[in-house]
Design a protein around this ligand. Sequence first.
Ligand SMILES: [Fe+2]
Length: 184
Amino acid sequence: MDSAHTCFVHRGLFRSNPAQFINVVIRGTNDRVVAETKGENQKKSGEKDLRVLTNKKEIRHVDEYHYPGSLQIDYWFGKSHLVTHLHVTPNDTGKTSVYIRMGLQFGFFTRAIYPVIWLITRKVVKQDRAILENQQRMISRMGKRSFHHSLADMSAVMLSDLYKSGPRANKPEWEQEENVSFKL
Ligand SMILES: [Fe+2]
């Protein structure tokens, strides 16, 4: 749910240098955190990344975390849609398994775009894995976590808080809303 990492970890592939202010509305309920990004467009800086597939349409992006370890990521570009489901489960100290399924709908171009998305996703996952393994090595070496957050990863903070506290089943109406703006 940390959109800002894509500009650095997946630079030139998924996104590029942060160049445009976007608004994110983040809502936390008793067992979910939902973050909706608005105002993102294919950049005019000349840098090419996956957003060229959007044909300059505004990108609507929703991340939805469900306690304890599921995430749905939706991207809409006009009528085109890309959805990703991730299910995460710990399997040993410092080791986590991540299961990913994706679906896409690009109308007439769906079959043509499928192998492109498949190849890019494999590369994106490889980049995420390298970062997470490096982070885990540092946590193991230091013996503890020491995370520092910024406005850009507010949704990850809310996710982390919910994960630690557990679902608030006795307060179904509980809701927290944050509006943040940062460059993406
Ligand atoms: Fe990533």
